[in-house]
Design a protein around this ligand. Structure first.
Ligand code: GBH
Length: 620
């Protein structure tokens, strides 16, 4: 316990127990370390790394912490943390050799607004992103998607790029206003349908399977004018749009995605205002139920589209329809601290969408936390709308696989003063995007989490990738590092944890319009020269590297001989020794360019947004 430290008196405290020297009884309070040490004693050392489960470890929170209500919900995150918390860095980084399943899908991904350009060509109507990028102050350096990569007119170049990577599938999205200029079936734009039919034919001719996203954020502006996702009539509009795509494109498509990242639509579009339609909740006189209503309608619209396919097209087309949710992995900052553990558990926002679709209804955890926050905010009932029993039934099971976008892991803590807080772990490598650190280990954990939480569905990783900004360097070592490490973790999930991963899709084929930050952050496997009027595409070094992983269908063991599939220009086959984390890559922090190039007003808007975001994210 804390005691008398010679000439330092009581100012230095070495105790496992704190002693209150003001109180005549000298009460002792155990510190966190006391519990930790007790645990070591109890286990007579450390839990063996060979053991799959983290046994006998129960840590009571320190006496003075704010007690958090125990979760009545058994969360799969617990299973994952218990398995991985004792894992040493060495094991975490250790290479695993082996192959994916024989028909594993290897692809790259893109989205319509980010690459197509041709914003007023071929009868296309306007989308909310056309309006948003043309509104001054919304996009860094006033970039727009007017021309983007001009993929609408450069189909051959894109197909050539895809062939170079040797992908087996290509994920792209359809621009809703290109097919239905005012969002309704009143007028169907044949030129738009023809463009996608031609794209599908070219892909099939190149032996590349298409994976088509119906909605990657570019809502017809005409529908936004009548309330967009807030207006529940959008459910029928989306169903009709889906019906037209299934009917016209379906014979050429086996893999569909209804929505890309509904969480981003709800939060960035309708709370923070950094994405179209640009609603900043705290600055509008809007009900703060908005993101919940938007999400509620998206979930129903997804279910309706799935049912249309199921009822009208499945028998003849026999494809798979699902939704893509985005998810970070959440780590408790200190896994031995109950508050951090609870903090991390509360931020699994993917369940907002996945739970109703995969398990039926919003999760009890979601319901409880939104209710608590609503009551704490002075409301008399929860902000979260309810599904009727019929709706629950209609939504439950509307998936044929699990679509996952994943970029990184975040570390969480709970401080008594500030509540749930996101921390930055300085040891994690950075990228060209301030929000993205290279944290490969989290992908394996997230995959295992999804397996347990959502009934072991087949999973397709529909996006995973990294960015750079600043000067162009075609030798993108950071991207090679990223793909090597992340894909190796996917392999571990598949081979060691029995996760049913059936495909992997790299984001992105081309450097493209990275939404609010314009063309400043580049996620492409191919560099797009924006000062060349032809917008030429040049492969970065990661192309041949990723292509080698594809040809090898994973990571062949060098001990079993030389492998033809390893392209000589890609990095040598990894060795058994884990590579060091590497030097910190000095990318410009995009957050700095925010303050430089965006107006002060814009910057303060971001600060408010970050706060709103932190509050909201906790609700889920
Ligand atoms: C995906 O979103 C998108 O599907 C894809 O279109 C996009 O290009 C890709 O990732 C890369 O971002 O600057 O703090 O406001 C992933 C979700 C949404 C995460 C935007 C980063 C900006 C955070 N991304 N968000 S912030």
């Amino acid at each position: 316990m804390d005691g008398f430290e010679g000439n330092k008196g009581y100012s230095e405290r070495f105790g496992l127990h704190q002693v209150d020297f003001v109180d005549g009884n000298r009460p002792r309070t155990p510190k966190q370390s006391a519990y930790f040490f007790a645990q070591i004693i109890e286990q007579n050392g450390f839990v063996s790394r060979k053991q799959d489960h983290f046994e006998g470890v129960k840590i009571s929170p320190p006496r003075r912490s704010t007690p958090l209500p125990p979760s009545e919900v058994p969360s799969a995150s617990k299973v994952v943390w218990e398995k991985f918390t004792p894992q040493k860095k060495f094991d975490r980084q250790m290479y695993h050799y082996g192959n994916f399943s024989q028909n594993f899908l290897w692809g790259v991904s893109s989205s319509a607004y980010q690459i197509e350009g041709a914003w007023r060509q071929g009868g296309k109507g306007l989308s909310i992103w056309d309006k948003f990028t043309h509104t001054p102050g919304n996009i860094l350096q006033h970039d727009t998607g007017d021309i983007a990569c001009n993929s609408y007119n450069k189909m051959e170049d894109d197909i050539a790029a895809l062939k170079k990577v040797k992908v087996s599938h290509y994920r792209f999205s359809v621009s809703w206003p290109r097919i239905l200029p005012d969002g309704t079936t009143e007028y169907i734009n044949q030129a738009g349908l023809n463009y996608y039919k031609k794209l599908l034919d070219s892909l099939i001719a190149a032996n590349i399977q298409p994976q088509v996203t119906l909605y990657h954020w570019d809502l017809p502006q005409a529908l936004q004018d009548v309330g967009g996702w807030e207006n529940e009539t959008i459910i029928e509009r989306f169903r009709d749009y889906a019906d037209i795509l299934f009917e016209n494109l379906g014979p050429k498509v086996q893999l569909w995605i209804t929505f890309n990242e509904p969480f981003i639509i709800a939060i960035l579009g309708h709370v923070q205002g950094t994405h179209a339609p640009g609603i900043l909740l705290s600055m509008h006189d809007r009900p703060d139920t908005l993101p919940y209503i938007v999400s509620h309608n998206i979930i129903k619209a997804h279910a309706e589209a799935w049912h249309v396919y199921n009822d009208k097209y499945r028998a003849s087309q026999n494809g798979m329809v699902s939704i893509t949710v985005n998810a970070d992995w959440a780590e408790p900052r200190n896994p031995y601290k109950q508050e951090d553990y609870d903090a991390a558990r509360s931020v699994f926002y993917l369940g907002w969408y996945a739970h109703p679709i995969f398990n039926g209804d919003y999760s009890p955890l979601m319901k409880r936390s939104v209710l608590e926050q609503s009551l704490a905010g002075g409301l008399t009932k929860s902000r979260l709308p309810e599904f009727t029993p019929e709706e629950i039934k209609r939504i439950n099971g509307t998936y044929d696989y699990f679509g996952l976008n994943h970029y990184c892991t975040k570390s969480w803590t709970n401080s008594c003063y500030r509540g749930v807080v996101l921390l930055r772990d300085r040891t994690w490598l950075e990228s060209g995007s301030h929000w993205l650190t290279m944290t490969p280990f989290g992908l394996r954990r997230l995959l295992k989490f999804i397996k347990h939480e959502f009934g072991n569905p087949p999973i397709i990783i529909t996006e995973n990738g990294v960015s750079e900004n600043g000067p162009v360097d075609l030798n993108d070592v950071h991207r090679k590092y990223f793909y090597e490490k992340y894909i190796n973790q996917v392999l571990k999930a598949y081979l060691l944890d029995d996760v049913n991963v059936i495909g992997y899709t790299a984001w992105s084929l081309l450097d493209n319009l990275e939404w609010a930050v314009g063309y400043t952050e580049r996620f492409g496997l191919f560099y797009v020269n924006r000062s060349d009027p032809d917008l030429s595409r040049t492969p970065k070094a990661s192309v041949s590297f990723y292509s080698s992983i594809i040809s090898c269908n994973g990571f062949p063991d060098p001990a079993s001989g030389t492998h033809e599939c390893w392209n000589s220009t890609s990095t040598p086959t990894p060795t058994l020794t884990p590579k060091p984390e590497g030097k910190k890559i000095n990318f410009l922090q995009s957050i700095l360019s925010f303050s430089d190039s965006w107006s002060d007003q814009r910057f303060s808007k971001i600060k408010i947004q970050i706060e709103t975001y932190t509050t909201l994210i906790h609700l889920t």
